[in-house]
Design a protein around this ligand. Structure first.
Ligand code: DP6
Length: 361
């Protein structure tokens, strides 16, 4: 699909009011998106596990209004009015208006909440933008009931991308790929697609325990981090590596070769952070506890041969990835050895999920 497929038809019979609600999951990238060009086009392809427990639920109530020269919305986060999120939503609405021209016809009340604790340091922009995009698509579907499922999902992902790049991978499950790649049919820079190749069952129930190392504000936002890939000395090699890693991942995902999976995933995580440390200005998002956890994972894996590994997103938290059949052992390991490195001993158990769902209002 191209941008044209997402252009709107002529609207007639706009409903007077209504309410829609969606729950969208977070995702964790195996091959990372880091670097982009306008507007929200990734410098390299990426792939992620869709998560299950960590999710945002958003409901949008809409009411026709008289004046149509501006966007009009109220925003509530966990029941409280949240004005500091408004500029981000305003920019998002400006970016997506071209594809959803009914947006200025309504006053919206957007109510959103996360399943994970507020200030856990888990980015909610992916699940948040995905849930909001699905709500808007749901309204569009009321105008065009014959819209096909695949267009609905691709356009929701397209819109979510314009809110936050990684959000486009939070619509469907369980493995989502985003970014043009010559060897991946139907891959696109514009939206995420369900991974089209064979995936060993071991990955369908993979576990992800998020170790909350640092819950505070990050020193450098993802948006700034992406920008620092422009003119970065190692950028071109890094982008090529991501393309190559997607090729390498194909037989690994098909066979369930966990040894190779671990090597690729951990290398991706450390490369992402190496890019941050070699940006100008350079920065570091890992904390001492992040490194202690990584070392403990390596020692534990060596000693027990348990196929547990880590990945990182743009922060200090560690995602511990392991197959479901290792769960019992790994939970002991977390409790006994890793929890002490988490802020207030906090961690969240999650697993691979099936994608966003509509909530009946
Ligand atoms: C490190 O999607 O948060 O998590 O497009 O600026 O909103 P924006 O960035 P964002 O970047 C995520 C980067 C990452 C890797 C990944 O999820 O692929």
């Amino acid at each position: 699909m191209t941008e044209n497929d997402f252009m709107p038809g002529d609207y007639q019979n706009l409903p007077k009011n209504g309410k829609v609600s969606w729950k969208a999951p977070s995702n964790i990238a195996l091959v990372k998106y880091w670097g982009k060009r306008p507007v929200q086009i990734p410098a390299n392809p990426s792939i992620s596990f869709t998560l299950d427990t960590c999710a945002t639920t958003t409901s949008v109530s809409f009411e026709r209004k008289e004046k149509k020269d501006n966007f009009s919305f109220d925003l509530f986060f966990e029941g409280k009015s949240k004005d500091d999120f408004k500029p981000k939503i305003q920019t998002f609405l400006e970016r997506i208006e071209k594809y959803l021209p009914f947006l200025k016809e309504y006053h919206f009340i957007i109510q959103t909440s996360n399943s994970f604790p507020h200030s856990s340091g888990i980015a909610s922009s992916a699940s948040g933008m995905a849930a909001l995009s699905l709500c808007f698509m749901d309204i569009e579907k009321q105008l065009f009931p014959s819209m096909e499922e695949n267009v609905f999902h691709a356009k929701a992902s397209y819109l979510a991308r314009l809110g936050s790049g990684s959000a486009c991978r939070s619509i469907k499950g369980s493995l989502v790929q985003w970014g043009n790649h010559a060897n991946i049919p139907d891959s696109s820079d514009l939206y995420g697609v369900e991974y089209p190749f064979g995936v060993n069952p071991v990955f369908k129930s993979y576990c992800d325990t998020i170790l909350l190392v640092h819950k505070g504000q990050k020193q450098v936002s993802s948006t700034v981090g992406h920008q620092l890939m422009h003119g970065h000395q190692y950028a071109q090699n890094r982008f090529q590596q991501a393309f190559d890693n997607l090729d390498k991942l194909k037989p690994i995902l098909a066979s369930g070769d966990l040894e190779e999976f671990i090597k690729l995933v951990e290398s991706e995580a450390l490369t992402l952070h190496a890019m941050m440390m070699t940006s100008m200005p350079y920065f570091m998002l890992m904390k001492p506890d992040t490194l202690q956890i990584i070392n403990k994972i390596w020692a534990y894996r060596e000693a027990t041969k348990t196929p547990v590994c880590f990945t990182l997103d743009a922060g200090a938290n560690v995602h511990l990835l392991y197959p479901e059949d290792a769960k019992e052992k790994v939970l002991e390991f977390i409790k006994d050895t890793l929890a002490e490195h988490c802020e207030n001993g906090q961690y969240i158990h999650d697993k691979v999920g099936e994608g966003a769902i509509k909530i009946n209002t």
